[in-house]
Ligand binder design. Structure first.
Ligand SMILES: Nc1ncnc2c1ncn2[C@@H]1O[C@H](COP(=O)(O)OP(=O)(O)O)[C@@H](O)[C@H]1O
Ligand SMILES: O=C(OP(=O)(O)O)[C@H](O)COP(=O)(O)O
Length: 398
């Protein structure tokens, strides 16, 4: 890994405006943050810069608002959550660029912390538009990227800005890369990956290379339905991206070629509604009712997943096996997590898990501290595992 500058290289920054890219894309339910891990992980960088007298200007995205303001995706409530964790005032600017942002920044005194509005409220962010990056850069003297979990995105705030201002890696960016290298640089075999969750279209391509790196790929969550459908199974109303059937088949073929076992659910827990208290039943995977959706893998699959964890010496995990936020659909994720934690405790398994919701799921299972390493990153972690370049990291090395 080519070196990048870190906060150790930043001397005498009192009064400087430091634009810090953080990942505040945290799980939220009924307007409340349900897992603070991502916020907690950026505290060291914020505090270090603030203590050194910098004006700390946080940039982040929240959700996928598609380039314009969207209801429920303002970062304003997240500023309050950051404030709680930091235990000191976090100001909020209702815009990320332009007059309102500049005005809020001009009111900052040394050591202040301010959060800018969701960068994805602007088309230029995801397009990595140089004009948008310039508009962001106009409000800063220095750029720090502490969002490892968004480093797989070549966006203006994660990549473009690094070319416009003196650029440094934050403490979390640094710690994540070091920990992943230490845990997974030379993984002991067998290596088992578990991939689940809901971000099917953005993660499915990663599996094509991942199968060459692991001995078994266990697929659960919404991701599994797309593979099952590609194999001709009727998944009813389940979360499924039918247009990705060819991609799923190509991954199946790549796995066969690489000698990687693909492990798909043999049974599922289905319900007609995705809500607490919804009636659910366990069905064989080829007997999913047309009007129901699979919200968790079933007990036979849980045993198969646990058997793979037992065989493994290294486990990489992104994406819950089911919709763990709602009982009883948390069962598979909780059981697999507890089993992996126990094997880790016995010194048999190196377990590395990542992703905003995956971390929340491990916290829900009460085992986040029992894994070898828990990354804040999901997609970025998988891309790192694949050996792909992460644009947000590469830009810091330029
Ligand atoms: N079978 C399923 N159907 C619908 N949603 C699911 C299913 N399994 C898991 N999920 C959802 O996937 C979400 C997490 O996915 P994702 O964002 O990809 O994970 P991460 O944030 O850890 O990278 C959770 O909110 C969970 O409810
Ligand atoms: O939550 C994130 O990624 P993750 O779900 O892979 O952990 C990051 O904030 C990136 O978000 P994105 O996948 O909408 O670009």
């Amino acid at each position: 890994m080519a070196a990048f500058k870190t906060l150790d290289d930043l001397q005498d920054i009192s009064g400087q405006r430091v634009l810090v890219r953080v990942d505040l894309n945290v799980p939220v339910k009924d307007g409340k943050v349900t897992d603070y891990t991502r916020i907690e992980r950026v505290v060291p960088t914020i505090q270090e810069l603030s203590t050194k007298g910098a004006k700390v200007i946080l940039m982040a995205h929240f959700g996928r608002p598609k380039g314009k303001p969207a209801e429920g995706m303002s970062l304003e409530p997240i500023a309050t959550a950051v404030e709680q964790v930091l235990d000191s005032r976090v100001h909020f600017a209702p815009e990320a660029i332009g007059e309102k942002a500049a005005e809020a920044i001009s009111r900052m005194v040394d050591g202040d912390v301010l959060l800018l509005q969701n960068t994805r409220f602007y088309e230029g962010e995801e397009k990595n538009d140089p004009e948008f990056a310039k508009a962001l850069a106009a409000n800063g003297d220095i750029y720090v990227n502490d969002a490892f979990s968004a480093a797989h995105r070549a966006h203006a705030s994660t990549e473009g800005l690094a070319h416009l201002l003196p650029a440094y890696a934050g403490r979390t960016m640094q710690a994540e890369l070091e920990a992943l290298e230490k845990g997974l640089g030379q993984p002991a075999r067998p290596v088992v990956a578990i991939v689940g969750g809901a971000k099917v279209s953005t993660k499915i391509d990663l599996l094509q290379n991942l199968v060459a790196k692991v001995d078994a790929l266990v697929i659960g969550g919404g991701m599994a339905n797309t593979f099952l459908a590609a194999r001709g199974i009727d998944v009813g109303k389940s979360l499924c991206e039918h247009d990705l059937a060819d991609t799923a088949r190509a991954i199946d073929a790549a796995a066969r070629k690489a000698g990687c076992d693909i492990v798909l659910p043999s049974d599922g827990v289905v319900a007609k509604k995705f809500e607490a208290g919804a009636e659910s039943e366990i069905v064989a995977i080829d007997a999913i009712p047309a009007d129901a959706m699979v919200l968790d893998v079933g007990p036979r699959t849980i045993e198969a997943v646990k058997a793979w964890i037992t065989k493994a010496h290294t486990l990489v995990w992104n994406g819950p096996l089911g919709a763990f936020e709602i009982e009883p659909f948390d069962k598979a994720t909780v059981e697999a997590a507890r089993h992996a934690a126990a094997r880790t405790g016995e010194g048999i398994l190196v377990s590395v898990a990542g992703g905003g919701d995956t971390v929340a799921a491990l916290n829900h299972a009460g085992v986040a501290d029992d894994f070898t390493y828990v990354s804040t990153a999901g997609g970025a972690f998988l891309e790192w595992m694949e050996g792909k370049e992460l644009p947000g990291v590469t830009a810091l090395q330029a």
